[in-house]
Design a protein around this ligand. Structure first.
Ligand code: OOG
Ligand code: MG
Length: 248
């Protein structure tokens, strides 16, 4: 397990693709590898700032051929300022996708059946996620992608807004001003709050802390698109927008 974690960690650090994992790794083992990868980042001084859900929309499941909800971890080093630059050479084969992000106003104990994660959320914002699989050709099975911190790369957040009705807001991703993807927050499990409840269940099972101030990416509402030298903008109706600029 440690060897696999080191291989994935080095692939991320060196922005070099690595082969998929050997067959037969269980989901529990895959999360253990992910934790070992993150331990290396924490040891290098990074700090856990939240979690990210994956495959919470049909569009994403269909695009990647994986149909189970997955959870990865976000560190302070993955954060890009709104309008900030991303040096593309630090990534293997990055893609961008539109997200909404929640912020926790208080700690949540996911193992407490009475803990209500939805009521712990105090703000929401639009987000752009830069995903970057460490695997060759961006191909993986469920265990592979979990071990690889669910293709976590970078993320940028727009301005925090009060939680309003999030059931059906238009989501738009544009590249250099041209529309690339359109969707709705309804594509996220019918309602993005459902993604939060899924997170609580997986966090309890796999040992993810949910702390005050943590941010939670709910999972992309649309398929991802390749990220080249360009300005990428995500807009969510009523929540504003956020941009990142890919540079060589
Ligand atoms: C895995 C990450 C999935 C999402 O929003 O669904 C994800 C991938 O597509 O490589 O972040
Ligand atoms: Mg995502």
């Amino acid at each position: 397990m440690t060897t696999l974690a080191v291989r994935l960690h080095d692939a991320q650090r060196n922005a070099e693709a690595t082969p998929q994992l050997p067959a037969g790794i269980t989901i529990g083992e895959a999360y253990a590898i992910q934790h070992a990868v993150l331990e290396r980042r924490f040891a290098a001084g990074e700090r856990l700032v939240g979690t990210k859900l994956g495959f919470t929309s049909r569009a994403k499941m269909v695009q990647m051929g994986v149909s189970d909800i997955i959870v990865g971890q976000l560190t302070d080093a993955m954060r890009v300022e709104d309008g900030g630059e991303v040096r593309l050479s630090t990534l293997v084969h990055p893609r961008v996708e539109p997200e909404i992000v929640f912020r926790l106003g208080r700690d949540v104990d996911p193992t407490d059946p009475l803990a209500d994660i939805v009521s712990a959320v105090d703000a929401v914002a639009p987000a752009v996620e830069v995903i970057d699989s460490r695997y060759r050709d961006f191909k993986f099975n469920l265990a592979d992608v979990i071990a690889d911190n669910t293709s976590g790369g970078l993320f940028a957040l727009g301005g925090w807004q009060p939680i309003g009705d999030l059931g059906n807001r238009a989501v738009r991703l544009s590249v250099d001003g041209r529309d690339a993807q359109f969707g709705s927050t309804a594509a996220i499990l019918g309602h993005p709050f459902r993604a939060l409840r899924q997170l609580a269940g997986i966090a309890a099972r796999e040992g993810f802390p949910l702390r005050a101030g943590h941010v939670i990416l709910a999972g992309a509402a649309t398929a991802a698109v390749p990220f080249g030298p360009s300005v990428v903008r995500v807009e969510v109706a009523g929540l504003g927008s956020v941009t990142v600029r890919g540079v060589v």
